[in-house]
Design a protein around this ligand. Sequence first.
Ligand code: F6R
Length: 593
Amino acid sequence: MCGIVGFAGIKNSKEAVLNGLRKLEYRGYDSAGIAISSSDNVLSIFKDKGRVEHLEEIITKDLDGPLAIGHTRWATHGKPNKINAHPHISNNKRFIIVHNGVIDNYKELKYTKLSGFNFYSETDTEVIVNLIEYYSRKYDVSSSIRITATKLEGSYSCLIIDKETPDKIYVLKNKTPLLIGCGEKGNIIASDVIPLIGYATKYTNLEDQVFGIVTKDSVSITDYLGNKLEYNVNQVSVNDEEITLGRYPHYMLKEIEEQPDVIRRLISKYFDGENIIINKDLVSMFKSINKINFVAAGTSMYASLMGKYFFEKLCRIPSEVLQSSELVYSSPLIKDVPLFIFLSQSGETADSIAVLKKVKESGYPTLLITNNIGSTMASISDYCLDIYAGPEISVASTKAYVAQVVTMSILAKAVSGSITKLKNHLKSLAKKTEEILGKKVIIKGLADQIKDAKAVFYIGRGIDYWASLESALKLKEISYIHTEAFSSGELKHGTIALIEENVPVIAICTQEGTNGIVRSNLIETEARGAKSFVISMESLSQSSDSFIIPNVSHYLTPLLTVVVTQLLAYYTAVNKNLDIDKPRNLAKSVTVE
Ligand code: F6R
């Protein structure tokens, strides 16, 4: 969580950093702040609770200069307020810092090494900057920062300015992402690649436990002992069009509408004619395992359920879905020969990273399915598959779910080695997704009927239940309506007690084997006053159903039902006039456990 940006250039550093912060707001938006050095080397700090938009209003007009660092915060230590907002400054006012991450031993450092220091905020970050001051009494600035790094336990990406060496941004990186891009007008440092667009065409993705010094025309990277390190160089492959809103009112709607193109892109990337093109080593590795453990969080975990379905049905490999946040603190009994498949849109989810590291240490093979092949997780896992969804900016994940599920369907087909009609199914899926997008007016009508509800329930069985789980997450996270998904068979085991007059219950019915029973479970809720809705598939539909998806291969139906429920969540939040792309308390990359 949190986003940081720094720019060392000839001029216009303020604009580069503000531009970067706007693009990083998806990582947190509790407060924002910036430190700017003017051309005569005077440093000014502006910060406050709230968004980057507000920060821009409080910065002195016409102030700009060659160096700036900025921060957008998702609060971990201390309330979202001005005092806790970054940048933070050392007691002697020499060092200024922005930090993304969590310092686990900050209290210990505060009470041992820094007993004579004053602390103004509740953050762990103030400890870092004062520790640098503490060591600077004896050492030069670079050594002070490197020694400080050796004392820190936890995760951190930090940008530091020293007023005595005002042409430099000092950089520390451990366990949270940080990239350095080199451009003609200066060098830019950021938590993600998108602030680099327009400023750099090449970048380096920093390794853990490195220290860097960035000026307008140089970058030097060392370990904590000061030994020079070589660094990787990557191409900035995202363009501005992919991250601009264009004609859309919200990124969420844009990303929902991009889904047919995402499916088509995956077809073009993973098929050559009728043949599936996936790394042969990866496909043959499946011969050496007899179990798959999927590991993921949130939407990616709900997508994993479809992976389990594909691999069990098509490849006859028993599979399990594990929540990464639970797995970090447990040691499952492993008797089989497993492959661990991690799903992560960002590739930066802290819990998933922690599990991936544990699994690697245990020697099990690992595959990552991700939208960010330059991510921390991609650098650790043995194999990596790109889901080619393009940048997902809205905090609520939509196209990444579809892209993950489609990618897993292709992989499972490749592993099964069966004659494939999958390509045709996927082509038709893209078209049918467009048909659903053409019927938004029906979904808007449904949204009108649920917008005032205090609670909403989704029900289904089998893969309709799994689609319900993702549907409920979407609705609750952006509309703030308490929404739960239940396997409809579980209702009578307790949950039906929650059904009151007019509570919306939405049943998903796309599977022949369970259609009848889910409908009769829905009737049982109606008998207790529920306002019922059915999302069904054409071949199983009844005229009273609320939304009918076109017929599609029975194992791909969640890819259509979630489009309906993504739009239902979207229009419900629009009706309630909520901040759809940046829902309260959330951030896109969950980089703290
Ligand atoms: C919900 C959502 C989250 C993420 C989860 C995992 O809309 O976006 O639940 O799916 O935080 O993130 P990744 O996939 O980046 O590991």
